[in-house]
Design a protein around this ligand. Structure first.
Ligand SMILES: [Zn+2]
Length: 109
């Protein structure tokens, strides 16, 4: 599925993500895999194997779409889903005071 990236939102990149860029590498390849994350993003051209470093926002500018997402992305999505589930799971405080149980257990009839 194609997710539309908000141009202003920081791009989430993960190791192993496979990207398709707008302009081809001189070798003719369009697809790159993320091999390094940091201030600069390390990308390896999957056609010729050449590695480049690009600033994150440059990657964002050149990105056409994600061909596939790496395991890091899957893990992050699972974590987000888990956190959302946890928030939804917060038990609403019960308004009713816990019922006082009157137990007439004094004496043995
Ligand atoms: Zn190349």
């Amino acid at each position: 599925m194609d997710q539309v990236q908000d141009r202003n939102a920081p791009l989430s990149l993960f190791m192993g993500d496979l990207l398709r860029l707008r302009k081809p590498h001189p070798c003719g390849g369009y697809e790159w895999t993320v091999v390094r994350l940091g201030a600069d993003i390390g990308l390896t051209c999957i056609t010729c194997g050449r590695r480049v470093l690009l600033p994150r926002r440059e990657v964002q500018r050149r990105l056409r779409h994600f061909v596939s997402r790496g395991p890091g992305y899957e893990a992050a999505q699972a974590l987000i889903a888990e956190q959302e589930a946890r928030v939804a799971d917060v038990t609403v405080a019960d308004d009713k005071p816990s019922a006082m149980k009157d137990q007439d257990t004094d004496g043995e009839g």
